[in-house]
Design a protein around this ligand. Sequence first.
Ligand code: NAD
Length: 444
Amino acid sequence: MSQKDPAPQTQAPTAGPPVAVTTATRQKGNLYEVTKTQLDKAAKAMSLAPDVYTILSQPKNELIINFPVRMDDGRYLLFKGYRVQHNNILGPYKGGIRYHEDVTLDELKGLAAAMTWKSALHDIPFGGGKGGIKFNPRLHSKGELERITRRYTHALGNNIGPEFDVPAPDVGTNAQTMVWIMDTYMNVVGFNEKNAVRRVVTGKTITSGGSYGRETATGQGLVHCVVQWAEDHKFNLNGSTFTVQGFGNVGAWAAKILAKMGATLVGVGDYKAYLANPEGMNPHKLAEHVAHTGSVEGYKGAHPITRDEFFALECDICIPAALELEIDEKEARALKCKLVVEGANGPTYPAAEAVLAERGIDLLPDILVNSGGVAVSYYEWLQNKRSERWDLEEVEARLQKRMTRTYNMVRDTAEERKVDYRTAAYIIGLERIARAYAERGIFP
Ligand code: NAD
């Protein structure tokens, strides 16, 4: 299986200098294979029915589309877009849309599968999907991003839909991207149905049908898990220290909320730079800096360090919240923390997880930790369906209740079955999926 898909033809042969430049990134493993290793471990631990395992080991649908878009200078570039639909036995496919130059089919297959486990873990009536476009959004104007998004949505056609497949934001996309998708989709259905299909995407702006609390949901959900872990371990978050890799939606909100609880951000990193300050950084000021410059680079309240130094920083909690497969054995041996909290999807290699376990460092797994996003996406979808608007307090109270309940279920399952938290989270989700297959049977 190839790790990288061929890059799209992003440049007409006679046109000027290249537009879509790929930034240098570290050579990484295959996320789909990593996700499969995790599935195999859980399937063995729970004796998952072999036919259900066979179905879940591959996505139901893998769609690849190449589509042309006019750039501001009049040239046309060809973009490669994807949508992977992993499983929908429990409800419509659900999962983010990623804009990144390293997007591959196998990455999206891994991420789509993780969405299936995540929804099932929370007993949310959704399945799992993931999509994306292989390009660097930082190199395009707002107008170009809008045209790329609308053309991608049009190319997806009926492969998405409010009761079929419901995208959301992920790396490189945001509420504005979702509103463009919604508006494009609305314009291809009949007049009478326009408002009924608002929920074709979640993570929209409030004005366009988004939910209060969606923007902060993933970071907030992460913190609910950390609070539960701290309670279980009699650990005082007030006065603790933490580091965050990736200061986007998940990382920045997690940092701001943890800081409110008295924890100190001592290290941070993103696609451009890594910084440290043992005295602490102000996450609100750092987020303002990132909003203006696009990166943590150049922030005055800390000094630059290397990536290796970042993973060796003394702290209590390390939060990978950037991309997948960032913590390999080397990073796992370097870490000097008590807890790794997977804000990102799939940030830890299985071999690294074994090193962390051997070193007595706890790990809270992605499908539990970052599931606040899909939980509030579900609330947004429900509000749209019922033409309701829930206030922030209601959304936050529901999220806290759901995250705490699920965290406790994962912890109890881990204790009962003598497995790690990731395997326990998989088992809870897989049991729900397996039950649905057992009741419904496999057609024909
Ligand atoms: P984002 O685009 O808002 O932020 C991504 C961050 O990662 C940025 O700070 C970026 O600079 C950094 N980054 C990118 N490439 C990097 C690299 N090579 N090295 C270090 N840092 C790098 O994305 P996000 O929505 O915050 O998502 C982050 C992670 O969380 C992803 O794994 C995503 O799948 C996962 N996630 C997001 C949500 C959500 O609601 N947004 C929900 C669940 C999971």
